[in-house]
Design a protein around this ligand. Sequence first.
Ligand code: GTP
Ligand code: MG
Length: 562
Amino acid sequence: MTLIRMGSSIKIGKTLRNFCTTSSSSFARKIGLDTPDDITAGQQMIMTFRERVENRRNEAKRSVIVQVQSEKSAADLYNYCSEYGTIESMHHYCLNEQSHFILVEFKAVSAMEILLNQCCHLNESHIIPTRTPFLWFRSKSPRRKQARTGESDVPILKHQYGTAIPTDKDIKNLLQGAKSLSEQINVLYSATHLNDVGERLRFLTARQIEIALCGPFPNVKALPFGSSVNGFGRMGCDLDIVLQLDTDDSHEKWEDCRLVFQAKTSSPNGRASSQRLMETVGDMCQLFLPGVTGVKRILQARVPIVKFQQDLTGIECDLSASNAFAVQMSELLYILGSHDVRVRPLVFAIRAWARYVGLTNPVPGRWITNFSLVLMVLYFLQQRSPPILPALDKLSMSSPALNLNHLDARPARSPIVGSAHEGISAEQDNRVETVGILFTEFLAFYSSFDFNNLAINLLTSANTIKPEHSPLYIVNPLEPNLNVSKNVGSEEVAKLRIELRNSAWLLESADVTSTSDKSVPWGLLTFFRENHHISKEQKSFAPPVSKRRRVSINKLFLEETR
Ligand code: GTP
Ligand code: MG
């Protein structure tokens, strides 16, 4: 057995990070990976992470969200907005029975700007007159002459009820209707992964923050990261945003520049500045931005954050600044997730399993997080024989000839990728293991994993000895001297082991294919518990949980140690 200690991992992590921050060409291309992407109108486009993010940002710059009476207002709204420019697409969503919205995407930014210039404020003294692309569509003024009538040129809404999340019951029915474990996993993925409307709304939510700050910071970027963009997002997932106040990185040109901006100095203690900045941004969001409610400033965390809810898009947000590797981590996960069509469905199945058996919990605490679970799945896919993903030390950063594709990984170029059944291809190709087989292999792999002595380390194919005695040690691939699962307690690791073994045994003894008797649970349904939403404390068979076991959200990043 080859064992490595942490030193060499750190070197690889640094190279990887430098790689991610190289702006001349995309990270994905440099390591020789193509990252196939979502499809629009049935057309497959190959997009790198950065192209995809840029695309979504541009879409957001051309879009407005309009609160309407119902989806039936679409025709009227279309006719009204068309007066200002060509409409590219319209998407309806609903946050509850009463609140309907239509996202209108224009073809050109200029059209949206003209439209915003024509908008008015309610004539009330107590409103804060902020201008953001979040609007109302009020009923027609009797004085206003209708410009166009007829509905002949009204486009069909691209989505209706675009943010609807399938209920547990819907999911159960879908799983019941599948024919095999693999089909269940693919169906679960298709039904629950973040869709087009979900992504648009997340980028528009981030855009609102940019608009609010672009006076003093014209180059500001509010960049989504985490599951909203890394390809592992579920419908309804939170939105993590990192602020970059000035993104003009062409420092070389500054040497010849004779006119220099006057500027205030920030506190020599970077952390204090960052806290102050987040506090101010929190105040600004709370006081000025329509839709923003429930602002909480969590300034003592390693990465100070502001949490809030955007009521007009229905999204929970975590906003931070100076979160150095946030976007690079998303890019890395996006690339690995794009590498093989089975990766994302498998991650969804493992996360669903972990939720069903009570290993994860929406409340932050000493349990394993979704992010850690993703890294565990990716590590398993690197370690299995033959590997489906390469260890990151197998990448040659300098030679594009040596890339991930040569390492027995099926390039994710299946014609099915991106279609309504995205991900359902392994099963049709009998040369490769189905995602169902990978699911059972995952359970077996971690059932016998030496959690006591080994770390989970994506940077190397050799086994890594834990550098310290955290119950679970998952090396952060971009900052390899950090453990991303530092928060996990030993009782949770014990529970993880038990659940892995129980589940492996259950799957082995239960049917993995559909039976005619619908009352007999099979495949993923074996783990599905009606009460899986009850709190962890209620159903954990570990010793009763004391209040001390919980850590607050602001400790999450603090807990990571060097
Ligand atoms: P969900 O929100 O559960 O859908 O998944 P997520 O991946 O977005 O997780 P979360 O919102 O908790 O975190 C957002 C991102 O922050 C993750 O994708 C990681 O890139 C990063 N992150 C989360 N937890 C940690 C951690 O403990 N250490 C480090 N370095 N990064 C973390
Ligand atoms: Mg998140």
